[in-house]
Design a binder for this molecule. Sequence first.
Ligand code: MG
Length: 430
Amino acid sequence: MLFGSSGIRGIANREITPELALKVGLAVGSLNTSCVIGRDPRTSGEMIEHAVISGLLSAGCQVTRVGMVTTPTLAFAARNYDCGVMVTASHNPAEYGGMKLWNRDGMAFNTEQQNEIESIIKNKAWKAAQWNSIGRVSQKCVVEEHIENILGKMGSASLKVVVDCGCGAASTITPYVLRRMGCNVITLNSQPDGFFPARDPEPVEKNLDMLKKVTVAFEADLGIAHDGDADRMMAVDGRGRFVEGDKLLALFGLREAKKSIVVPVDTSIMVDDVLKGRKVYRTRVGDVYVAEELKKRNADFGGEPSGSWIFPGISLCPDGIYAAAQLVEIVEKEGKLDALVDELPSYPKIQGALQCSNDKKENAMRRIGIELRKMGDMSTIDGIKVDTENGWILVRPSGTEPKIRITAEAREGVDELYARAEKTVKEALL
Ligand code: MG
């Protein structure tokens, strides 16, 4: 399997090699006549980019290079080409490299398209162009177009904002967008560096201590954090508190979702309660599934609590820069972020896991399903989910470990709900 849930990703120069990148370029170039390519600041970025370009040109595809950009900028630029290639490993640690392929509408290549690329590579079925139709390379700056598109949809704001770019590609765009909105922007880790010396690229709470401290020390209104390629965005409030992803999802949903919203299956029911009257569609966990469902349902907004926010008015690629501007506008218009967050209800959630060897998972899940069905409405979008009157249970086999994970959330009585789920799973594992 070449493609994982987030494109092609692995250890740079071991799994993600120039040889592999050349083949990806040959395959993509055999199916498309024009392609835009960009990269994040990883140490393997230039090496992989050049190899992909060689493959594309050899197959007769015209290539436009846009240099170091964010993934949402590349996906936005892809609307003017047959497809886009982003050389990135997103939020993975520094030693990783990767490639992600994009359609014109900002959707990542779907399973069918990925299979087609894999099949061409496996069968060496790429086409080599004649000497007189080898592709050419041109260069373009596309950041300004992305900035103007975002600014065209936002009002002005006069807040003090700390932006932690995490030494990633966000350094090329987010601080400029917020400054042009009128904000006083204090940048943190805004020097692109493929070693990610300041912090791990993933914008989870444990990696954002510096952002919390600087936001409080500068008495800023809020702090923004991105991952390595800025398709993700998370935030801290003016008191230096990390804002949970479910809460951001509700704040964006209130503003963006006129009729409908798409969220993954493990999203808090707080979001349903806050967005009463709107249709909430649930999907498998993963931003690509959220984007697919959003397109299928023609929904207004989609998001994943890990920090991926999809605004279909700009593209179907999660856009952390647009999300940062949107959050700043919300705070400018509606008041302090800590107050907005505290106004939202909070429901207790319990997460745990039980050991289960990989070969027993399928059988166990079947038995768990038979029992859990008795507790309420069951869905099998991703694992087994049961909606009860006052909450829900989700039981999912871990994709990476010999474990079955259990999550329960409820407006009240979460301990009893979790205990019932755990007992059912334990019995199924006997
Ligand atoms: Mg990312």
